[in-house]
Design a protein around this ligand. Structure first.
Ligand code: FEO
Length: 394
């Protein structure tokens, strides 16, 4: 079996066929569940397990390694795609202890009924000797559950980061030195899973800054043999800086809202602003999530259906609020036939979202010349905002 460093063996599983995670997140490229065996001179450890659907692959990999004894099973994250095979591993290795955070211990008890006597809870910065190898545990809560931690293998300078820095990218290339190949998957992963915890991740990056790291090994996708590439990408994504972009998720039933979106798109482009429209009837939500990582402004376009926004627009607006991007301004545009509470419903969803809500442009029927002038005024307002953010020249 391949080693990523002497005595460090990847024993996880590739899931090329999985197309949905959490019954929510599309996985166009499949995924991997990464697990690693570390053989020390005095003890052996397994870092994480795999989704229960791939338990057989993990156990076969352990067989291939002729792993007769396992001392420690480190659980960096209790979500079942990494912890789900812990019971099977514990059954095979009766002497093995699970090593996790105190919160992780609660979760493993709750989610998998792992008995307390099989779990050792470790404190932040606690170390564990495997003989000639040392594991250091670094608590890193909320990436993206409250119990998460990193494990640092000091002698090989590998940081195992559970989901943080991961990508849903099914590949048998265990490691890459070129972020370009996986950038799209890593950004998409950040957008869908890590973005709500942006400010906490800023703290985690500071915490690991003093570590000498040769490899960052997340629990999904390839490991990074040039860690600075993914660290720099994350520093950009989690920063407070926004880009001169407007994302327009929209839906249109009879082309009136679509005509408004098309006009606003041209008006914004004419003012030097990049525009990324998404027709919500055909949009992959992961693509929309990626687009809002950086955009300064989001404008939701919706017709009024019966008395309120189209359900697709409600869903997209809720997703924006849930993912907590650094968006500074939100607009609402759309067409109605005879009335309704579209603006009230959407602003209600946005309650608590820190972006400024711009003056909406709601028009009756097909937009008139006057309505199009109102969209021009909205484009002027967005340009003015972008100039005030320092991202658009005068
Ligand atoms: Fe990959 Fe949060 O589990």
């Amino acid at each position: 079996m391949r080693e990523i460093r002497p005595g460090v063996f990847p024993v996880g599983a590739i899931d090329r066929d999985r197309r949905l995670f959490d019954e929510l997140i599309p996985l166009p490229e499949g995924t991997t569940y990464n697990a690693f065996v570390i053989r020390g001179s005095g003890a052996t450890a397994l870092i994480d397990t795999v989704d229960p659907s791939k338990e057989g692959v993990l156990l076969a990999n352990l067989d291939e390694l002729k792993l007769e004894r396992l001392d420690y099973l480190v659980s960096n994250h209790s979500e079942q795609d990494h912890s789900g095979s812990i019971p099977a591993v514990l059954a095979r290795y009766p002497a093995a202890k699970v090593v996790t955070t105190p919160k992780g211990k609660e979760f493993l008890r709750l989610l998998l009924h792992v008995p307390d006597e099989r779990i050792v809870a470790v404190q932040d910065r606690e170390t564990l000797s495997l003989g000639d190898r040392t594991l250091e545990f670094i608590h890193a809560p909320w990436v993206h559950w409250p119990e998460t931690m990193f494990t640092y293998l000091r002698e090989e300078r590998i940081l195992f980061t559970c989901d943080l820095f991961g990508s849903h990218f099914a590949t048998n290339d265990v490691s890459i030195g070129d972020l370009g190949r996986v950038y799209w998957g890593a950004k998409r992963y950040y957008a869908e899973i890590m973005m709500p915890f942006r400010t906490l991740i800023q703290g985690h990056l500071e915490k690991i800054r003093p570590l000498a790291i040769d490899i960052i090994a997340p629990s999904h996708g390839p490991a990074y043999t040039k860690p600075e590439l993914i660290l720099a990408a994350y520093r950009d994504w989690i920063s407070d800086e926004v880009k001169n972009e407007v994302v327009i998720p929209y839906v249109s039933m009879h082309h009136s809202t679509a005509a408004m979106v098309a006009h606003l798109e041209k008006a914004l482009l004419g003012r030097g602003i990049r525009v990324i429209p998404f027709n919500l009837t055909v949009t992959d939500l992961g693509e929309l999530a990626m687009a809002i990582v950086d955009a300064a402004t989001v404008v939701v376009g919706t017709p009024t259906v019966l008395t309120g926004p189209h359900p697709a627009a409600i869903s997209a607006t809720y997703l924006v609020k849930l993912l907590k991007p650094k968006t500074r301004a939100v607009g609402i545009i759309g067409s109605y036939g005879w009335g309704g509470k579209t603006v009230k419903e959407l602003t209600g969803i946005l309650q608590g979202f820190p972006a400024e809500v711009l003056e909406p442009v709601l028009v009756k029927g097909l937009p008139t010349a006057e309505d199009l002038r109102a969209l021009d005024a909205l484009a002027d307002k967005i340009a003015e905002k972008h100039r005030s953010y320092g991202i658009l020249g005068t």
